[in-house]
Design a protein around this ligand. Structure first.
Ligand code: AMP
Length: 381
């Protein structure tokens, strides 16, 4: 008999996990998501929904009582609350893995202790610590919130002495760390998977292009040397081995001018830079996540086709209903997330542009230029 899967968060990631789960009825009989938005993306593709805030303790207990196994699509869950419901439902990745990852200071300390390269960083308690850190690292440096930061929202770049007070005040008493600025030449990532039995598989290295700290494009495979690819993939495998959590992990890294590879951060969940796997690989990251948390053998992670993933974001100057997006082109796979309202830079959908007959990434990039114009969000009047 299939298990009942509970997911904390029913946005686009929960939606694509739900779609993968629906294809595995022998393993998963029902999907329930916890999400505050009525008719959230996951509910639109057949998940039952508990409408409540992600951090609502009663709702999490309710979800645990109704589910055999719980996972999440957001990393801001309360690990203590999750720990308290572990007796009612299996939780993967475990609350302990989540506790380490969701605090950037603990996460980086953990990686450092395991000899995994990260940018230099220090814990910040007061403004004097910031000044001390800047003496050590020089300018610029990044002051970062330890928790609940995503898409760059928890970072303040300190360019000169004039910014120090401003940066410190910006965070208003939050727990912080200071990090040395890495003049990277590329941002890359590896999607890692580990099942409950300890089997590990990583997807090939991909290149990520950001704008305003938000992912715009993922290019699979990354345009780097074989040596850099090997280095990054080894770092990812080692990370998966020491982390011990079950599920998919998005491991974001910097490649420096000297071809060094450093981990920027890890997400304990399916990841935007893994959406290309829906078409580029035999096993999508969503199916792999389910295989991992259910203790099934992991699927192949081989990249079968070069692919570019393009995020369709809300335009900056507009909030409201938007005209439907359609895109009917060969080898282009559009996925809209069913969000009613566009907001500035909100992730509304993506498409994968898949190579045919051995097309190179450069050839795909040329095609992408034209396709991008066809998916601009237009206000609906
Ligand atoms: P984060 O939210 O910490 O992943 O940071 C968001 C973005 O800020 C990253 O994707 C990088 O582009 C940039 N960033 C973060 N940390 C550093 C760093 N130490 N040096 C340079 N850029 C960084």
């Amino acid at each position: 008999m299939g298990k009942i899967l509970g997911i904390i968060g029913g946005g686009q990631l929960g939606m694509m996990i739900t779609e993968a789960a629906k294809k595995m009825p022998e393993h998963i009989s029902k999907i329930i998501v916890l999400d505050p938005t009525e008719n959230c993306p996951a509910a639109q593709v057949g998940a039952e929904q508990i409408i409540a805030d992600f951090k609502n303790k009663d709702a999490i207990v309710d979800l645990a009582n109704k589910s055999d196994i719980i996972t999440y699509e957001i990393e801001s869950g309360d690990s203590d609350v999750l720990k308290s419901v572990e007796k009612n439902s299996e939780i993967n990745p475990s609350p302990e893995t989540l506790r380490i990852i969701q605090d950037k200071f603990l996460q980086k300390s953990f990686l450092l202790e395991n000899n995994i390269p990260v940018p230099e960083f220090i814990k910040i308690k007061n403004i004097d610590d910031v000044k001390k850190g800047l003496k050590k690292f020089g300018y610029p440096a990044l002051l970062k919130a330890r928790r609940d930061a995503y898409d760059g929202r928890g970072n303040f770049k300190i360019n000169s002495q004039d910014d120090v007070q401003k940066a410190f005040d910006y965070f208003k008493g939050q727990n912080l760390l200071l990090e040395k600025f890495v003049p990277f030449c590329m941002e890359v990532s590896v999607i890692g998977s580990r099942n409950t039995k300890g089997q590990i598989k990583t997807y090939p290295l991909v290149e990520n292009i950001h704008d305003d700290n938000i992912l715009r494009e993922t290019i699979a495979p990354a345009r780097v040397t074989e040596e850099v690819t090997k280095k990054a993939e080894q770092i990812a495998e080692k990370t998966m081995a020491v982390l011990k959590g079950a599920g998919i992990f998005g491991i974001e890294m910097f490649v420096t001018q000297n071809d060094d590879v450093l981990i920027n951060e890890i997400a304990p969940r399916v990841h935007n830079s893994g959406h290309h796997t829906l078409q580029s690989s035999e096993t999508s990251q969503f199916e792999q996540h389910l295989r991992a948390i259910l203790g099934l053998d992991l699927g192949s992670t081989k990249l079968i086709h070069n692919t570019i993933m393009y995020n369709i974001l809300g335009i900056k100057s507009f909030e409201g209903k938007y005209a439907p997006i359609t895109l009917s082109e060969p080898n282009v796979y559009l996925k809209m997330y069913g969000k009613q309202i566009s907001k500035p830079l909100r992730k509304l959908g993506h498409f994968n542009l898949v190579a045919e007959h051995g097309e190179t990434v450069e050839q795909l990039l040329k095609k992408l230029k034209i396709l991008k114009e066809k998916v601009t969000i237009e206000p609906l009047h």
